[in-house]
Design a protein around this ligand. Structure first.
Ligand SMILES: [Zn+2]
Ligand SMILES: [Zn+2]
Length: 248
């Protein structure tokens, strides 16, 4: 299994990085975790084929995590000439928020004209969701977004990926990371607390409790990026746009 970092930046493009988006490829399946506004830019930059992606998982309804769906679906219609169905999986209200964003940015963009089927699926904390052989366990986190914000634990065959989304520390993150081959965590700040967001000090204090083989820190502010080189722990990888991790 291969995980490619499409966007490792915060909402503001700190360090010139793209917004949150991860591409996961197995021999049978390709999917995204989050789809920030810049996802299409990253895909084109890395030469990945969007038509191979069949599922997009969304953690929460902030623009730097879901608004890329607007450009993704426009591109699928008008450029990629997509014909395969696509499944979009995320918090309650995702479809409505997508429609509002798409119509605001490109009026008429949501009129039914597709050669492919788009299906939205809602996740609810505490309820497992199964799709294409993936089991998703959603956990509610502490990050107001006008809808329940979620951390996601994905079991893909014998591999497990945990994804924190955006949140300040909540004990549920121990479960999100539990037994994961890769735990991807927001890390907006270095030491300075920011309400509803994570920082490296809190992650490092809880690292022994996060029973993941590897921890990938992402969604970094300028402050965090300035300190990233000081992180020296074998379990931790600092993300970068275009970074590829193989989960053996
Ligand atoms: Zn964010
Ligand atoms: Zn957010």
């Amino acid at each position: 299994m291969k995980v490619t970092v499409i966007g490792s930046g915060d909402a503001f493009g700190s360090g010139g990085r793209l917004q949150t988006c991860f591409h996961v490829a197995t021999p049978d399946l390709e999917f995204l975790i989050d789809c920030g506004a810049t996802a299409m830019i990253g895909f084109n930059g890395l030469g990945l084929d969007p038509n191979r992606v069949s599922i997009i998982f969304i953690s929460h309804l902030h623009g730097d995590h879901y608004s890329g769906l607007v450009w993704w679906l426009l591109h699928a219609r008008h450029v990629a000439q997509r014909t395969a169905p696509i499944e979009i999986v995320g918090p309650a209200g995702l479809e409505e928020r997508y429609l509002i964003a798409a119509e605001a940015l490109f009026p008429g963009a949501t009129s039914p004209q597709d050669r492919f089927k788009v299906t939205f699926h809602e996740l609810h904390a505490g309820e497992d969701f199964e799709i294409s052989g993936i089991t998703v366990k959603p956990f509610e986190v502490c990050h107001p977004s006008g809808a329940p914000s979620l951390a996601l634990r994905l079991d893909i065959g014998s591999r497990r990926i945990g994804f924190s989304g955006d949140t300040e520390w909540v004990e549920e993150l121990v479960d999100v990371a539990d037994g994961a081959d890769l735990y991807i965590t927001e890390c907006y700040g270095y030491e300075t607390p920011t309400r509803y967001h994570m920082n490296w000090r809190v992650i490092s204090e809880n690292l022994d409790r996060l029973r993941a083989k590897r921890v990938l820190v992402t969604h970094m502010s300028r402050d965090m990026l300035d300190h990233a080189q000081s992180i020296a722990d074998d379990r931790v990888v600092v993300s970068d746009d275009g970074l590829v991790l193989t989960l053996p």
